[in-house]
Design a protein around this ligand. Structure first.
Ligand code: B12
Ligand code: SF4
Length: 465
C-alpha cells in the first residue's frame, strides 16, 4: 500500500453555494502548498480532495462517507488532513471510524479549524495523533523526519501517555521565498472552476472578531514578484484563466499592487481575478490599474453600518469612507462584494438597523451584500468575552458559506452539542435583542432576491408619510 510517504487530504467547505445544489469547490491551496514544500524536501506526497467525490450533498456530511473515502484511497503510511471549522465535526467523527480499520496509520490534523482547539481535539478524539497549530510547513516537515519527536516540535500538539503536550507556535516563516509553489500537478485542476494564489501571509489589522491575526500574525510576509508571476504562468499553462488572490488584505501596499498589475499587463498574462480589499486603503489610481490588469471583483468587509460599533470591533474604518469607496468601486469593478456581520451583543436595535440601512444603500449602488450573524472562534479576541454566551440553534437565518445545519446527520449535531468549545462556528452569541434581529433577518431573507428594492421602497414610503 505504501506508494507514497504521506497522504494529504483536503476537506474544503463542502457547502452547496446555490439553491440548485451545486457545490463550491475552492482548490485546496493549503494542502497543495504543503505538498509542494514536503516534496521539495525529498518525500513523495499523495493529494486527495474530499470535495471531488460523487456523493450527494447529504451523503457528503456523513462521517461514514468520509471514512469510506479515505479507506478506498489513502496510499501512504502517514495521513495529514486539512479542514476549516465547518466540516470539522464530520472530519473528526469520520477519522474515528477510519482509524478502527487502520490503526497503523498515524493521523495529523491541521488548518484553520483544528488550530482553534488542538488540545481539546486530542482529549476528545483518540483517533487523532497530532494537531499542527498555525502555519504548517516547518512542523509537518519535522514530523515527517521524526514523528516520535512530536512533543518537541514548535506548533505541534501531541500525546504522551495520558498527557497532552501543547507546544506554542514557532516563529512564522519570515522569508516567504523559502516556501514552495503549490503542487498543482498533484490534483486534477480541470475539476475546479477557478484557481487561486496567495502572495502574502499575515494581516496588519486586528479586527476583534477575526482569527487571522492570531493564526498568521500581524506581520505581512510576501513572496517576491518573480515567484508570484511564475506561479501564475504555471496556472496559465495548466489552462486556468480565473485566478483569485486569497490574501487577507491584498491591497495593503498600494505601490506593490500597482507594480504587480503592471507586470501582469507587460507579461500579457491575460488573467481574470478577484481579491480582498479594505475600503480605507483604496484609491482610484490603484483601482484603475487593477481593472486594467484583469481584476473583476473585490470583496470588502464592511461589517457594520454604525461607526460606534465599527470602533468597538477595532475595524479601523468609518461608514462615510466605506460609502465613498463602494461608490467608486462599483464604477470600476464588475463585482463588488460587501460583507456585513449582525448580532454583536453590544449592538443596540438602532445600531442593527443602521447596518440594515447601509446594506440597502450599498445594494442600491450595485454592490452584492453578504449577511452573516456573529460567530466567534477561540482565536478571535472577542471570543474570550463572550464564550459563555454562545448558544446552538439549528434554525438560524442564512449564513454565507456555512454548512447548512438542517442537512447535518444527528450524530454530527450530537458532537457539536457535546463539544461546544470545539465547534463554536455552529453557535451564535446570545444577547437580549438577538431574537428580534433574527426575526427581522428571516423576514428579509423571505423577500427573495428583490429584498433590497422592497426594503428601500418601504423605507422611502415611511419617510414620505
Ligand atoms: C479563501 C478563504 C476561503 C475560501 C476557500 C477556502 C479553502 N481553501 O478551502 C472560501 C470562500 C470557500 C472560504 C469559506 C469560509 N471561510 Co474562509 N478563508 C479563506 C482565507 C481568506 C484564505 C485561505 C487560504 O487560501 N489560505 C492560504 C493557505 C496556504 O493556508 P491554509 O489553507 O490555512 O493552510 C496552511 C495552514 O492552515 C496549515 N495547514 C492547513 N491544512 C493543514 C493540514 C495539515 C496536516 C497540516 C500539518 C497543516 C495544515 O498549513 C498551511 C500552510 O501553512 C482564510 C484566511 C487566511 N488567511 O487563511 C479564511 C478563513 C480560513 N475562513 C474563515 C471562515 C470563517 C470561513 C467561513 C465560515 C465563511 C464565513 N461564513 O464567515 C467559510 C467556512 C466554510 C466551511 N464550511 O468551513 C476563517 C476561519 C474559519 C475556521 N476557523 O474554520 C478564516 C481564517 C478567515 C477569518 N477571517 O477568520 N474561505
Ligand atoms: S477582518 Fe480582515 S482586516 Fe480585519 S484582521 Fe481579519 S483579515 Fe485582517
Amino acid at each position: 500500500m505504501a506508494n507514497y510517504d504521506l497522504t494529504l487530504v483536503n476537506v474544503g467547505p463542502n457547502v452547496p453555494r446555490h439553491k440548485d445544489g451545486r457545490m463550491l469547490k475552492p482548490p485546496p491551496l493549503g494542502v497543495l502548498t504543503l505538498a509542494g514544500f514536503i516534496r521539495d524536501h525529498g518525500y513523495s506526497v499523495q493529494v486527495l480532495d474530499y470535495q471531488l467525490n460523487d456523493y450527494a450533498i447529504e451523503e457528503q456530511l456523513l462521517p461514514s462517507s468520509f471514512a469510506r473515502f479515505l479507506g478506498e484511497r489513502v496510499k501512504a503510511p502517514l495521513l495529514g488532513v486539512s479542514t476549516m471549522g465547518g466540516m470539522m465535526p464530520v472530519v473528526l467523527l469520520g477519522l474515528e471510524e477510519f482509524k478502527k480499520q487502520h490503526k497503523e496509520i498515524p493521523v495529523i490534523l491541521g488548518g484553520a479549524g483544528p488550530s482553534n482547539g488542538p488540545s481539546e481535539i486530542l482529549k476528545c478524539f483518540p483517533a487523532i495523533d497530532v494537531v499542527v497549530n498555525g502555519e504548517g510547513e516547518e512542523p509537518l516537515l519535522a514530523l515527517m523526519r521524526s514523528l516520535d519527536s512530536a512533543s518537541s516540535i514548535a506548533g505541534v500538539v501531541s500525546r504522551s501517555g495520558n498527557n497532552i503536550i501543547e507546544n506554542p507556535q514557532g516563529p512564522r516563516i519570515m522569508d516567504a521565498d523559502t516556501l514552495s509553489a503549490p503542487a498543482w500537478d498533484l490534483i486534477d485542476l480541470d475539476r475546479y472552476l477557478v484557481a487561486c494564489i496567495v502572495t502574502a501571509r499575515g494581516c496588519p489589522f486586528s479586527c476583534e472578531f477575526c482569527e487571522v491575526p492570531r493564526f498568521w500574525g500581524n506581520r505581512v510576509t510576501r513572496r517576491s514578484m518573480d515567484l508570484i508571476i511564475d506561479e501564475i504562468k504555471m496556472l496559465r499553462r495548466l489552462g486556468k484563466r480565473q485566478i483569485n488572490i486569497n490574501d487577507d488584505t491584498f491591497v495593503y501596499n498600494k505601490k506593490w499592487v500597482v507594480e504587480f498589475c503592471k507586470r501582469l499587463i507587460d507579461e500579457k498574462l491575460d488573467i481574470s481575478w478577484e481579491c480582498f480589499g479594505r475600503v480605507e486603503l483604496m484609491n482610484e489610481t490603484m483601482m484603475t490599474w487593477m481593472v486594467k490588469a484583469g481584476c473583476t471583483g473585490i470583496f470588502y468587509g464592511i461589517e457594520s453600518g454604525n461607526d460606534e460599533i465599527l470602533a468597538k470591533m477595532v475595524k479601523g474604518l468609518t461608514i462615510s469612507k466605506a460609502r465613498e469607496t463602494v461608490k467608486l468601486s462599483v464604477k470600476h469593478f464588475k463585482r463588488v462584494y460587501t460583507s456585513f456581520i449582525w448580532g454583536f451583543p453590544y449592538e443596540s436595535m438602532d445600531q442593527f438597523f443602521d447596518t440594515v440601512m447601509v446594506m440597502t444603500e450599498f445594494a442600491g449602488m450595485g454592490a452584492q451584500v453578504m449577511r452573516n450573524y456573529l460567530t466567534l472562534r477561540p482565536m478571535a479576541p472577542l471570543y474570550d468575552d463572550y464564550k459563555d454566551q454562545m448558544l446552538y440553534s439549528d434554525d438560524l437565518p442564512y449564513q454565507f458559506l456555512e454548512v447548512p445545519r438542517k442537512l447535518l446527520p444527528l450524530e454530527v449535531i450530537d458532537a457539536i452539542k457535546t463539544y461546544p468549545g470545539l465547534f463554536p462556528g455552529f453557535y451564535y452569541v446570545a444577547s437580549p435583542e438577538f431574537e428580534e434581529k433574527r426575526r427581522f433577518m428571516e423576514w428579509l431573507e423571505s423577500l427573495g432576491p428583490g429584498r433590497w428594492e422592497i426594503l428601500n421602497n418601504k423605507v422611502s414610503r415611511i419617510i414620505a408619510a
